[in-house]
Design a protein around this ligand. Structure first.
Ligand code: AMP
Length: 220
């Protein structure tokens, strides 16, 4: 394997996928590419695209495959991703996206798809308790708030519940996940690039499992 590493992290919303994907990006010195973060940045920037995406996201639905594939295609062709690789987080979410990703990466295929497994009952509780800094994106929980409630420990930004983290929107996202994204586990298993990782336990334990999985592939 070359120095770079190209990873996809799959998992239910609230499985800790985002936090772990950020850590993996730092560990391997590759960009963390999160489609959710890219969409939220467009919403914050108030672009027309962002405004359209916001209503879809707040309702817990999926932005169209065509738009998402275009966004990811462009991002994966930026120089940092081409030269170093990436950790892709939140994409693909549908079979159409997975097929498009195969085409986009045909010359430099994904090394491993990590599927972070956490039962639905656990993630529902985690997500509805989740709170996030509006400035830096740091994640808190109702059970583990910042020292000064609700101001971020890092930058003093306001810590709020994401508009799409209400129980109703979360249930919708979990149903969508089961219908649209879960089949990708079989898709990648068939292609021999899937690695299933137990997502229960402390974040450090889960990260150690993810690293071990990536290292095993790097050494093969
Ligand atoms: P996330 O931060 O990954 O949970 O994404 C937040 C929201 O952005 C999702 O609930 C979707 O509405 C939208 N989104 C992010 N990635 C995708 C994608 N690959 N396909 C469709 N919609 C997406």
């Amino acid at each position: 394997m070359t120095a770079g590493v190209r990873l996809v992290v799959l998992g239910r919303q609230g499985a800790g996928k985002g936090t772990q994907a950020v850590r993996l990006g730092k560990q391997f010195d590759v960009p963390h590419i999160s489609t959710g973060d890219m969409l939220r940045a467009a919403v914050a920037a108030g672009t027309e695209f962002g405004l359209r995406a916001k209503s879809v996201m707040d309702a817990g639905q999926l932005v169209s495959d065509e738009i998402m594939v275009g966004v990811v295609d462009e991002r994966l062709h930026e120089v940092d991703a081409v030269e170093r690789g990436y950790v892709l987080d939140g994409f693909p979410r549908t079979e159409a996206q997975a097929l498009a990703l195969e085409k986009i990466t045909s010359e430099h295929p994904i090394h491993v798809v990590l599927n972070l497994e956490v039962p639905e009952s656990v993630v529902l509780e985690r997500i509805t308790k989740r709170r996030v800094c509006t400035t830096c994106g740091r994640i808190y929980s109702v059970d583990a708030p910042p020292a000064d409630p609700w101001r971020c420990d890092l930058d003093g930004g306001e810590v709020v519940q994401r508009a799409d983290d209400t129980e109703e929107a979360v249930r919708k996202r979990l149903d969508l996940y089961a219908a649209e994204t879960l089949p990708l586990v079989g898709f990648y298993r068939d292609r021999g690039v899937l690695c299933e990782v137990d997502g229960l336990g402390s974040p450090d334990d889960v990260f150690a499992r993810l690293l071990a999985a990536v290292e095993a592939v790097r050494q093969s």
